[in-house]
Design a protein around this ligand. Structure first.
Ligand SMILES: Nc1ncnc2c1ncn2[C@@H]1O[C@H](COP(=O)(O)OP(=O)(O)OP(=O)(O)O)[C@@H](O)[C@H]1O
Ligand SMILES: [Mg+2]
Ligand SMILES: [Mg+2]
Length: 529
């Protein structure tokens, strides 16, 4: 009797060709790259141990406490999940003892220690973010280093595991209970009692990773699925939290959700399930990995709420707006339609990952031109401006209707001064070009309102036709200034291009409010918004 399911060998063959595509696209980092990252973590581990011993000495702790004290580094983010690409940053949480404070010891002493290393460059303290961190480049790889302070004296090395084999909690100033534990998890709630709010938030990324890896039936399949859907999101222009799309953490939770419900699936059927699940998802019903945690939460925030699986009732920060909701949904539905034919011999995975055709989709674009007289501090300022993109997007929606904030950044190569240009697609065919003036005024007001303290550049908004789009959508290295910005997501399309990722210096704010959308017609690739 037929089960209605395709034979497993067909699924397998399909998965093999998808894996081949992943290799061809360079999604799997080379062993050299992996080794480099491993060594960076080990060196960081040594640096933070040295740092806390210096601090203990400065605080005049007894010698045996100085000898016993410790700090550790736990990788998280895409690197912690084992899904990083060669252009990914390293997200690494520094966990330190009770006497090493974030304001003074972490942001001053540890920063100076990092700065003194020859491998380290471009050190920035991001203090005003929800998860404050030190951001720097180590041997050319970007590192995000937040800090969590536990009420412990000694936090042994955990390297690539969050499970500790042993560690020591010692009595000090009557603050802690003397005991020796075996096989303890540093994320055990017992040890997290009494920690401050910032440390708790900083730990949430590590806890989320730990939870995801425990939930998924096969870590390998989860990793492959996540790599695939991240490539899809980047190619289709729906990756990047600052522009109102999904970030790595959102994609990881969606992928883990699909894996959890399909324990015996192959990679190709997981991709199919991914699109099938989210093309029909009744947002704003939240995506929740841990049911118990969901039961405890209030009404979920935003258009596409995704709960962080880290205990409590935290949601991922999201900048999704009405426009980006529509774009993401239409891409889910497109993916779902394409995947209907994935077992046919004519199916080619490349169609799923086809770059989004901005120039032929939209007649008009808002051009956002950012420039400064010199490179010094330019990337920081661009990061600041980008952290305000959500407000710009909402204003554009008000004035011009739906907008597609293409996360790609372009370069005006003929200009001498450092610059970055964005082209955001407008849905309207007939527009009043001069309406952009009120949008620009509003945006400038918003950007100037904040607490940015560095050198500011120039923002110019205009509306241009598709024919004005740069022919070569990616950066031309020969024309680029040497110091590239670290302020945005750069989507790799041109293999000739050096894959430099940029980031915002400031984490975006939460979505304010929640607007219910019309139910979409799943049979159509157009979303009615
Ligand atoms: N919007 C957010 N809401 C909640 N946590 C976030 C958010 N953005 C980032 N984080 C936390 O920081 C970690 C690292 O984020 P990052 O932006 O580097 O993405 P990533 O998942 O590592 O993907 P990528 O490979 O693109 O770097 C995430 O895994 C998550 O724990
Ligand atoms: Mg990362
Ligand atoms: Mg990061």
């Amino acid at each position: 009797m037929s089960t209605g399911l395709p034979p497993p060998e067909t699924q397998e063959a399909c998965s093999v060709s998808l894996r081949q595509l992943m290799v061809n696209e360079g999604l799997i980092p080379s062993p050299e790259d992996d080794e480099k990252r491993r060594i960076i973590i080990l060196i960081l581990q040594r640096i933070v141990v040295r740092w806390v011993r210096i601090i203990a000495w400065k605080r005049r702790l007894p010698q045996h406490h100085i000898d016993a004290t410790n700090a550790t580094i736990i990788p998280y983010g895409s690197y912690g999940l084992g899904v990083h690409g060669s252009d990914s940053d390293i997200d690494a949480l520094c966990i330190g003892p009770f006497f090493a404070t974030i304001s003074e010891d972490f942001f001053i002493d540890l920063r100076d220690l990092l700065k003194s290393r020859t491998e380290v460059s471009e050190v920035h303290c991001v203090k005003d973010a929800k998860v404050p961190l030190i951001r720097f480049k180590f041997d050319g790889i970007l590192v995000d280093l937040p800090y969590a302070q536990l009420r412990l004296l000694s936090i042994p090395n955990v390297r690539f595991s969050t499970t500790l084999l042993s560690y020591i909690v010692q009595t000090l100033n009557g603050f802690l209970t003397a005991s020796v534990f075996q096989n303890v998890d540093v994320l055990n709630p017992f040890f997290l009692r009494g920690i401050d709010e910032t440390s708790w938030r900083s730990l949430s990324g590590v806890r989320a990773n730990q939870c995801i890896l425990q939930i998924v039936p096969s870590v390998e399949l989860f990793q492959s699925l996540l790599r695939c859907v991240k490539l899809w999101a980047k190619r289709r222009g729906v990756y990047g939290n600052l522009n109102g799309f999904f970030g790595g953490v959102h994609m990881a939770i969606l992928a883990a959700f699909v894996c959890g419900y399909n324990p015996n699936a192959t990679l190709s059927s997981l991709v199919d399930s991914f699109f099938n699940t989210f093309a029909y998802w009744q947002w704003p019903t939240p995506v929740v990995l841990l049911r118990d945690a969901y039961a405890a939460t209030g009404s979920p925030p935003g258009f596409m709420p995704i709960q962080l699986p880290c205990g409590g009732s935290q949601y991922c920060n999201s900048n999704v707006t009405r426009s980006t909701y529509c774009k993401i949904m239409s891409e889910f539905i497109r993916g779902h339609h394409l995947m209907k034919g994935y077992l046919k011999p004519s199916f080619n995975w490349k169609s799923l990952f086809e770059p989004y055709p901005y120039a032929t989709t939209y007649a008009w674009f808002v051009k956002i031109h950012l420039s400064a007289s010199n490179q010094e501090g330019f990337s920081d300022w661009v990061g600041w401006v980008k952290s305000r993109f959500r407000s710009l997007l909402i204003k554009i929606e008000e004035v011009f209707g739906l907008c597609d904030p293409n996360p790609k950044e372009y370069l005006e190569a003929c200009e001498k001064q450092p610059n970055i240009v964005f082209y955001w697609g407008l849905h309207l065919r007939n527009i009043n070009v001069s309406d952009i003036e009120s949008v620009e005024k509003d945006f400038l007001k918003n950007v100037n309102r904040g607490s940015f303290q560095g050198a500011v550049g120039i923002i110019k908004l205009s509306v241009v036709q598709a024919s004005h789009l740069p022919k070569n959508v990616e950066c031309d290295r020969s024309n680029r200034s040497k110091k590239v910005t670290r302020t945005c997501w750069r989507i790799r399309e041109d293999k000739q291009c050096n894959n430099t990722r940029g980031y915002s210096r400031h984490l975006p704010g939460y979505v304010v409010g929640c607007e219910k959308m019309n139910n979409r017609e799943a049979g159509s690739t157009d979303v009615k918004c």
